[in-house]
Design a binder for this molecule. Structure first.
Ligand SMILES: NC(=O)c1ccc[n+]([C@@H]2O[C@H](COP(=O)([O-])OP(=O)(O)OC[C@H]3O[C@@H](n4cnc5c(N)ncnc54)[C@H](OP(=O)(O)O)[C@@H]3O)[C@@H](O)[C@H]2O)c1
Length: 435
């Protein structure tokens, strides 16, 4: 057996601590199965004196994480600090420049600096593993970097953020308000202290941009992804969506429609019993629609210490076995700038408004919709249902016939400038495919 691989680990929070425990627990297994040994040669975090779930004193402490990347004895740097800039970025760049292997779970970093990382990794012939950056324990990156490399991918749809899926599931299944479900997610350790990226869709968009690079040969970027979060969804939206036969899920999707890539993160109505509609709690699911292999569905735990650290370990094994790929499947000079979102396809929408209890309101509403080319397939309007401080407005829910998003945007602008409704309407796309 060769010399042990010397590993430096920066970031000892949920995932960093999990990786250390998982590595130590599987030491013998890794030796027997993959014929390599490792040594944790250095660890680093913000606060040396913090109590952690493993014995810090058995390892060499580095006050500055960047020194892990400068230490000539270290072969592999694992970055588990997080954040698209600052120490995580500096550490990653230093590790690559110093010809170390790099493993990270940091989707914000890969998404925001993918172009630079791709160029640097090509010129330094580096190993960069980032399986844990997308969908926690689900091996999406390995599937797209390996298994499906020669297949043509037509589209990809998924639930890419476990926290938002937990919140939506609790609202739908336990009748919780958005605020109650968010608090529950925070108490259970699923949501960050600042959960804004989980809720406003940006975390899912970062992951989608990485998937897009692997599937559609473009540099990762949020540009061109239309992003809508879950903050405006009410508990009653779930009830009405259910009546129509749907659940509401935060779906990230990219599809190649007549040569144009449409990229979106949005709360979306999906059939209750479909692969996407039936996934609850913190689980993630990724559906990959391919030319030759049909639709693959990968489902599993999308976050947390166990699944995420296990993805990091799978990258450690790849490093040990010298399994190297281009960062985004192709050499950096074969990748293109991301194309902007063209959203001209027609699809059905769920519309919810709180309509004034006044004569002619319904006919004025349908007239605005009609003027914008929107025709209604189904309507639910029940008297006696009001929000606490909206006594004179009643929810009206509609499912439209297929219509393009420009018409929806135009109807939205018109509606918010009337006194017909009490709060901004919501328009949610309905996923046509029964994935
Ligand atoms: N949590 C998940 O389920 C999950 C899933 C997939 C991917 N990820 C990704 O994994 C990474 C780590 O996430 P996490 O949940 O483990 O975060 P976390 O629990 O907040 O841990 C972050 C760690 O980074 C350290 N740190 C922060 N700023 C630092 C600095 N300037 N210098 C040195 N160390 C610093 C912290 O030190 P102290 O401990 O001393 O404060 C802490 O140990 C992130 O990129 C995240 O997006 C997380």
């Amino acid at each position: 057996m060769n010399d042990p691989i010397k590993i430096g680990i920066a970031g000892l929070g949920t995932i960093g601590s999990g990786v250390i425990k998982n590595l130590l627990r599987n030491k013998k297994e890794l030796e027997d199965k993959y014929h390599f040994r490792f040594q944790i040669s250095g660890i680093s975090a913000f606060n040396k004196n913090k109590v952690r779930s493993f014995d810090v004193n058995q390892f060499t402490w580095f006050d500055n994480p960047i020194d892990l990347a400068k230490d000539t004895s270290i072969d592999l740097v694992i970055e588990l600090i997080g954040g698209e800039s600052g120490t995580a970025y500096d550490l990653a760049i230093e590790a690559i420049k110093n010809k170390k292997g790099l493993i990270t779970a940091n989707k914000a970093l890969i998404s925001s600096h993918g172009k630079e990382l791709s160029e640097l990794s090509s010129s330094n012939n580096s190993f960069i593993g980032y399986e844990a950056a997308v969908a926690g324990g689900i091996p999406v990156i390995k599937t797209l970097r390996g298994g499906l490399i020669l297949d043509k991918i037509n589209g990809i749809y998924g639930i890419l953020n476990g926290t938002s899926n937990f919140i939506l599931s609790r609202m739908s299944e336990a009748d919780k308000s958005f605020e109650e479900a968010l608090l529950e997610a925070q108490n259970l350790g699923y949501a960050e202290a600042d959960p804004s990226f989980d809720i406003n869709g940006l975390d899912a968009a970062h992951k989608l941009s990485i998937i897009n690079s692997l599937c559609f040969s473009e540099f990762p970027s949020l540009e061109g992804i239309s992003v809508q979060g879950i903050e405006n969804i009410l508990t009653l939206d779930h009830k009405y969506a259910n009546e129509f036969g749907y659940n509401i899920k935060l779906i990230g999707s990219s599809s190649n429609i007549e040569g144009s890539l449409r990229k979106e993160v949005s709360p979306t109505l999906v059939k209750i019993n479909s692969s996407l509609g039936s996934v609850s709690n913190v689980s993630n699911v990724v559906c990959i629609n391919t030319e030759y292999s049909g639709t693959l569905v990968l489902e599993g735990e999308g976050a947390g210490e166990g699944p995420t650290s296990s993805s990091v370990l799978s990258d450690v094994v790849d490093f040990a076995l010298d399994i190297k790929h281009h960062l985004f499947n192709k050499k950096h000079n074969k990748l293109t700038a991301p194309v902007s979102n063209k959203n001209f396809i027609e699809r059905c929408y769920y519309l919810r408004v709180f309509l004034a209890d006044q004569k002619g309101a319904m006919s004025n509403l349908t007239s605005i919709l009609g003027k914008n080319g929107i025709s209604i397939d189904q309507v639910i309007q029940r008297g006696g249902i009001h929000l606490k401080d909206e006594k004179n407005f009643t929810p009206v829910i509609m499912l439209t016939h297929p219509i393009d998003s420009e018409s929806i945007d135009s109807a939205f602008s018109e509606l918010i400038n009337t006194d017909l409704i009490s709060m901004d309407p919501i328009f949610l796309p309905v996923l046509k495919d029964n994935l």
